[in-house]
Design a protein around this ligand. Structure first.
Ligand code: ATP
Ligand code: MG
Length: 366
């Protein structure tokens, strides 16, 4: 029956630090957007995981919690990990990495889209209108070694691993995204970012990219070295459309992308697999500002919008897609006058002020 079909379950994992502080307003705004577009009602189940959970229970994410997250239609994730809570081997608590590996969320989607009116770091007017996407491979690369490297008192080895299957699905995802963006007016260029002149792993990675690109003759397929990309992210970021890269390179470049948007508090992300989707802000738990009301909820709100968009597409629910669009336009409208300046950029607007502005716009927009 249709009532059953329209019930969508969301696993909510607020996590640690500012995670819960930004999760609460994001859910309230998302619900309101869905109400306005006549979308389905989401049912939320809050799940306990993260560093505080580890401190309390001895487990960062129980099997039961993992099963519930895996069974939900989508996962909405705050942030997890605290610098002073570590496993006995010294590694930080990071259930997000376990979720990525176990649910095979291979494509880390990090849109770098500047919001007109929001403070951004580069003065060039072209850097005020950025709209590109970084795809970070999230199940292999250097992260395959996490917690498994060879460690002796005098020597440590952690290694890059690139597989053909992992790279093919990654590049197909990026090339398809390039095609969808081209249909909406983007240049249709997809660039593999690597270090192929130095590492065989990346020569292999690049070779597979061009193999897969043959099936996309409408896409302008390119390859860049990661160091040159770091330079261009600051010098001329407007040249990019879709960038696709390995896990560790993507981790680093996506923080640079967040900076271009105005800071960690502005940058949303999605981790997409063949069967599951997890949505979280690019930022971490920001222990330095916990409890101060300074956390910028924009990244979390935009991540919730990405979730609605993804649900709209994968479940063929246009009202969900419309709610995603409305939520994003409300965020844009909140920043448009140019006077909403988050703390992170030297302003005065904290969690509540930004939430209120977006809420007001959510009602005002047609
Ligand atoms: P992780 O290891 O999980 O990536 P991190 O150590 O890189 O975490 P973040 O938690 O992302 O660190 O924070 C980096 C900096 O950005 C901190 O100074 C933090 O205060 C700031 N920051 C992060 N998120 C926000 C936010 N939503 N609003 C305001 N400032 C933020
Ligand atoms: Mg970080």
């Amino acid at each position: 029956n249709s009532a059953h079909k329209n019930s969508i379950s969301i696993a909510v994992m607020p996590g640690d630090g500012i995670g819960p502080e930004v999760m609460k307003p994001a859910i309230a705004l998302m619900d309101r957007a869905l109400e306005r577009t006549g979308g389905p009602k989401l049912s939320y189940e809050e799940l306990d995981a993260g560093a505080e959970c580890y401190r309390r229970t001895g487990t960062p994410m129980s099997e039961e919690v993992f099963e519930k997250a895996a069974a939900a239609d989508a996962i909405l994730f705050g942030a997890m990990g605290l610098p002073d809570v570590r496993r006995p081997d010294g590694i930080e608590i990071a259930p997000q990495l376990d979720l990525r590996f176990r649910l095979e969320l291979f494509a880390g989607v990090r849109p770098v889209r500047t919001i007109p009116g929001a403070p951004t770091p580069l003065a060039d007017p072209r850097a005020k209108n950025l709209d590109f996407v970084l795809i970070r491979e999230s199940t292999e690369g250097l992260f395959t070694s996490r917690g498994k490297g060879e460690v002796t008192p005098d020597y440590v080895r952690e290694t890059w691993e690139i597989t053909r299957a992992g790279s093919e699905r990654l590049f197909d995802f990026a090339l398809q995204l390039g095609r969808r963006r081209k249909a909406k007016g983007s240049p249709g260029s997809v660039a593999c970012v690597d270090k192929s002149g130095v590492f065989r792993a990346f020569a292999f990675f690049r070779q597979i990219f061009f193999e897969r690109a043959k099936a996309f003759p409408d896409i302008d397929a390119r390859a860049f070295n990661v160091d040159a990309t770091a330079l261009d992210l600051i010098r001329r970021p407007w040249i990019f459309d879709v960038l696709v890269t390995e896990n560790q390179f993507g981790d680093i470049l996506s923080d640079a992308g967040a900076a271009l948007m105005g800071g960690m508090g502005m940058a949303p992300s999605a981790d997409i697999g063949l069967t599951h989707g997890l949505f979280q802000p690019c930022h971490g738990t920001a222990p330095d500002i916990v409890g101060m009301g300074k956390a910028n909820p924009t990244a979390m709100i935009l991540s919730a919008a990405m979730m609605l968009d993804w649900l709209g597409e994968t479940k063929q629910l246009p009202s969900c897609g419309a709610a995603a669009d409305l939520l994003q336009r409300a965020v844009d409208a909140a920043f448009a006058p140019g006077d909403l300046r988050p703390f992170e950029l030297g302003g005065e607007a904290g969690t509540q002020a930004i939430t209120d502005r977006v809420a007001t716009q959510l009602e005002a927009l047609p």
